[in-house]
Write a protein that binds this ligand. Structure first.
Ligand code: ADP
Ligand code: ZN
Ligand code: ZN
Length: 740
C-alpha cells in the first residue's frame, strides 16, 4: 500500500453498494492501513466496525466533510488474503454491498469488534513454596487452609472465578499470595488443542478398487496446484473413501482440508465418519452453533489447529492457515446456493478460492450439476468416474409403473403394493418417496368446488390433519379447519390429493405388520429428532420409510431393498428450466438408497406419463447420458451453462408498484444496455402474490458474462436512485437456481 495514503477506504456493514472514505486516526501513522484490518468508524449517528479495503491519495468527497477512523481494532488482517479477495470478488460478482459481504463473513463476536486473540481467564495454582507447605499448618486460618487443600488437589490450577465463589476467599487468597504460596496465570478459555500426531488414522478403510485408486492418484498428484475435479460416482461407489484418501494426502504434507457438506442435517453423519477415521482435531461449522462455538471453530480453522474443517455453505469463507484441498460433497445440491440476502453459490466460490490458493478442489456427486458436467466437457475440470458400486453391492433395477393402466388406490398402485408385500415378507425395508408434506395439498368443498386458499399468497393451503389446521407452506400462515364450506355452508369438505401425513395413515392400514417411519420436516422439527429417526431405521426391520426430499440425501440405509416413488410427475412439468435436471437427480438419488449393502435393490416409479422422453432417457441411459441430453437442450435454448442469467425480483404490498418499478428501470436500461444482453419482463412469477406482497421480476440473459455484469452494475446503481425504492423491496440473483 502506498505510503502517505491520506484516505482509508473502509467497508462498513450497510446496504449501500460502496466503500466509504475516512481520514486516518490522528494517533496512527496513515501507512499503517493494511487491507483486512478492522477499524471502528463513525457512521450515521453511531459507530460501526469496518474493514479496510484500500487507501487512496485523495477522496472525491470534500476533505472537510470526511470523518476520521476512531481506532484500529486489529494488528493483523482478520481474514486471510485469499478469503479477503474471494469476498470482494463475490461482492462484485453477485452485486451485493461489499460491507455486508465482508463483515457478514465474520463470526458474530468479531463483527461486533471483539478481539480475535484467544480470551484468557485468570487461574491460580500453588507455587513451589506452596507445595512444600505441610497440610494443617494453617489451622488458625481455615479459609486459607481450605484454599490450599483445593489447590493441592488441582495441579492444573483453578479459575479465579471458581475460587472466589466462596465468601471470604478473596482476602484468604490475597494472604496466601503475600506469603508466596500461590500464583496466578492466564489460561485460554477454550481447551488447548490436543497434540495429536496429524497423520494418525484410526480405522483403516477398505482396499480401493481400480477406479477409486485412479481417482485418488489423480487428486494426490494435484496437491500443491490448482486443479478442479468432478468426482462423478454412482451412489455407493465409494466417493467418501476417495475423499478420505485425499484428506490423508493433504495431512501427510501438513495441510488442512476444507470439506463442505450440503446441509446441517448431514453434518453429524460426515463428522462421525471422519472421526472414526482420523484422530486429528476437527473444526465443525454450521448454522446450529452458538456464537461462541462458531468463533472457536472458526479460530481453530484460521489458526491451523484443526487439520480438517467440515462445514456447510458459509464455511467456504473460513480462513485456513495451511490450506491443502477443498472437497465439496453432493456438489449438485441446491442448498449450496444461498437463497436470500447475499445469494452466493458456495460450490462455485470453492472453485474460485481453490484457484486463488493454488490447491485442488474435488466436487463429488452421483448426479452432478449440468454446469459441472459441462466444465468437464470443456476440459476445465478433470472428470473422475466411479461407474460401479464399491464392494459387492449391485445397481438396483428400475421400472416405471404406469398409473394409466392401473389406478392407484390412495396413491399406491397394485404393482407397488405387491412389491411392498414381497420385500417386507423377506424382512427388508421399503422406502417410499413423496415430496409433499401435510395430509393433503388442499381441502375441497364437494358441493360447490370451493378450495382453501391462502389469503396472502396465490396458493392453496395444505391440510394438516394431525394438528387439525390449514397451513400455507409459502408464508406459514395457519388457520383452523372450517366446520363447513365458507361459500355454500356444505359440511362436505374433503382432502384433495395426498401428502405424507395421509400416506402414512393409508400405509398403516394396508400393511399392519410393518412399522411406518415418516421422515419429513413436520416430524423432525425438534433438534436431534432426525438423528433419532435414522437410528431407528438403522436398527429396524420390516419398516416402511416414508418421506420427502429429506430421505434422499446421502443417508446410508443398508436394509432398504425397495424404493417406490409415489408421484414422479410432480417434477416433470415444472415451469423452471431446471425442472428436468432436478427430477432426474431426485429419482437417481432416491433410487440410490436401494440395495446399498449385499441385498439387491428394486426401484418402482409411479407415473401418469410413462412415455415422457425425459423419464425414458433416465431409464435407458445412466444419469450421465440423461444429463448430456439435457445439456443439448440447454444449448439450443441458450440456457445456462450456455448462457448467463440474472434475475431481478421486486415485491411490494401495493399491487402495481413492483411492476411499475421494474418497468421504469427497464426503460432506463435498454437504452444503454450492451449488445447481446436481453432484458425480459417485468413479468409476474407463477405465484404473483406471496405473504401479502405482489411480485414481479426482470430476467437478464446474455451469452457472455462481461456485458451482463456491466448491465447489472448499471441496474444496481439506478435502483438505489429510483424514487419508488421505499415502497418496493428488490433483490438481485446472479446465476439463479430458480427461475422465479
Ligand atoms: P458414496 O459416497 O459414493 O455413496 P460411500 O463412500 O458411502 O459411497 O461407500 C458406500 C459403501 O461402500 C460404504 O459402506 C463403504 O465403506 C463401502 N466401500 C467403499 N469403497 C469400498 C471398496 N473399495 N471395497 C469395499 N467396500 C467399499
Ligand atoms: Zn361449498
Ligand atoms: Zn401463504
Amino acid at each position: 500500500m502506498t505510503t502517505g495514503a491520506r484516505i482509508w477506504q473502509v467497508a462498513v456493514h450497510s446496504p449501500l453498494h460502496q466503500e466509504f472514505d475516512y481520514l486516518p486516526p490522528t494517533d496512527v501513522a496513515p501507512d499503517l492501513a493494511v487491507e483486512g484490518l478492522r477499524v471502528r468508524v463513525p457512521f450515521g449517528r453511531g459507530t460501526r466496525v469496518g474493514i479496510i479495503t484500500g487507501t487512496a491519495a485523495a477522496s472525491r468527497i470534500d476533505a472537510k466533510r470526511l470523518k476520521r477512523v476512531l481506532a484500529l481494532i486489529d494488528t493483523q488482517p482478520i481474514l486471510s488474503p485469499d478469503v479477503f479477495r474471494l469476498l470482494l470478488w463475490a461482492a462484485d460478482y453477485y452485486h451485493y454491498p461489499p460491507g455486508e459481504v465482508l463483515i457478514g463473513a465474520l463470526p458474530a463476536p468479531l463483527r461486533r469488534g471483539d478481539s480475535v486473540t484467544a480470551r484468557t481467564r485468570q487461574h491460580w495454582r500453588l507455587t513451589t513454596a506452596g507445595h512444600a507447605c505441610v497440610p494443617g499448618s494453617l489451622r488458625r486460618a481455615p479459609r486459607q487452609e481450605l484454599l490450599m487443600q483445593r489447590l493441592t488437589a488441582a495441579p492444573q490450577g483453578i479459575s479465579a472465578q471458581e475460587l472466589l465463589a466462596d465468601s471470604g476467599a478473596r482476602a484468604a487468597l490475597r494472604a496466601l499470595h503475600a506469603k508466596g504460596r500461590v500464583e496466578s496465570f492466564e489460561l485460554a478459555e477454550e481447551d488447548a488443542a490436543p497434540s495429536a500426531s496429524i497423520t494418525a488414522t484410526l480405522e483403516t478403510g477398505p482396499a480401493l478398487n481400480d477406479s477409486q485408486r485412479a481417482a485418488t492418484t489423480a487428486i494426490e498428484a494435484a496437491l500443491g496446484r490448482f486443479q478442479p475435479f468432478l468426482l462423478d460416482g454412482v451412489t455407493g461407489s465409494g466417493k467418501t473413501e476417495v475423499y478420505f484418501h485425499a484428506i490423508e494426502g493433504a495431512l501427510r504434507t501438513g495441510r488442512q482440508t476444507l470439506l463442505l457438506v450440503p446441509e446441517i442435517g448431514l453434518t453429524p453423519q460426515m463428522v462421525e465418519r471422519v472421526r472414526r477415521r482420523f484422530s486429528v482435531p476437527l473444526a465443525v461449522l454450521h448454522s446450529g452453533l452458538s456464537d461462541g462455538e462458531r468463533l472457536a471453530a472458526w479460530r481453530a480453522a484460521a489458526e491451523g489447529r484443526a487439520p480438517i474443517v467440515i462445514g456447510t455453505r458459509s464455511a467456504v469463507f473460513v480462513p485456513l492457515e495451511r490450506p491443502g484441498i477443498i472437497i465439496v460433497d453432493e456438489e449438485h445440491d441446491a442448498s449450496y446456493k444461498q437463497q436470500d440476502g447475499f445469494r452466493y453459490h458456495a460450490r462455485d466460490l470453492a472453485v474460485v478460492r481453490a484457484q486463488y490458493l493454488k490447491i485442488p478442489v474435488v466436487l463429488g456427486s452421483a448426479t452432478p450439476a449440468l454446469e459441472s458436467l459441462h466444465n468437464c466437457r470443456q476440459d476445465r475440470y478433470q472428470h473422475l468416474i466411479l461407474a460401479m458400486r464399491a464392494g459387492t453391492a449391485t445397481p438396483p433395477e428400475i421400472r416405471l409403473v404406469s398409473l394409466r393402466e392401473q389406478a392407484a388406490e390412495h396413491g399406491i398402485s397394485p404393482v407397488l403394493a405387491r412389491a411392498i408385500e414381497r420385500h417386507l415378507a423377506s424382512d427388508h425395508q421399503v422406502l417410499l418417496f413423496l415430496n409433499r408434506r401435510g395430509y393433503a395439498p388442499t381441502l375441497l368443498c364437494h358441493d360447490c368446488g370451493w378450495v382453501a386458499d391462502c389469503s396472502r399468497c396465490d396458493a392453496h393451503m395444505i391440510y394438516h390433519r394431525a394438528r387439525h389446521l390449514l397451513r400455507c407452506h409459502h408464508c406459514n400462515a395457519e388457520r383452523p379447519v372450517p366446520a363447513g364450506c365458507p361459500t355454500c355452508g356444505s359440511p362436505d369438505l374433503r382432502p384433495l390429493g395426498q401428502g405424507t401425513e395421509q400416506a402414512e395413515e393409508v400405509l398403516a392400514e394396508r400393511f399392519p405388520a410393518a412399522e411406518i417411519v415418516r421422515i419429513d420436516r413436520d416430524r423432525t422439527r425438534r433438534k436431534g429428532s432426525l438423528d433419532a429417526l435414522f437410528q431407528r431405521v438403522q436398527e429396524g426391520r420390516r419398516q416402511i420409510l416414508l418421506g420427502t426430499q429429506m430421505l434422499t440425501k446421502g443417508h446410508h440405509l443398508p436394509h432398504v431393498t425397495l424404493v417406490g416413488i409415489l408421484a414422479a410427475d410432480q417434477g416433470l412439468f415444472g415451469a423452471d428450466f431446471r425442472a428436468g435436471e432436478r427430477m432426474g437427480q431426485l429419482i437417481v438419488q432416491v433410487a440410490g438408497r436401494a440395495g446399498r449393502a449385499d441385498k439387491p435393490g428394486e426401484v418402482l416409479i409411479q407415473t401418469h406419463h410413462p412415455d415422457h422422453p425425459q423419464l425414458i432417457a433416465l431409464l435407458q441411459h445412466d444419469y450421465r447420458g440423461f444429463a448430456h441430453g439435457l445439456l443439448d437442450e440447454r444449448r439450443q435454448a441458450g440456457f445456462p451453462p450456455y448462457g448467463c442469467l440474472a434475475l431481478l425480483r421486486a415485491e411490494s404490498v401495493h399491487p402495481r408498484a413492483a411492476v411499475d418499478f421494474l418497468a421504469a428501470l427497464r426503460t432506463e436500461l435498454v437504452e444503454s444496455a450492451p449488445a447481446g444482453v436481453e432484458i425480459l419482463g417485468p413479468a409476474p412469477p407463477p405465484m404473483e402474490r406471496r405473504a401479502g406482497r405482489h411480485r414481479a421480476q426482470l430476467l437478464f440473459s446474455s451469452e457472455r458474462r462481461a456485458p451482463l455484469h456491466r448491465t447489472l452494475a448499471a441496474a444496481v446503481q439506478r435502483l438505489q436512485k429510483l424514487p419508488q425504492t421505499g415502497k418496493v423491496r428488490w433483490s438481485l440473483d446472479v446465476d439463479p437456481i430458480d427461475e422465479y
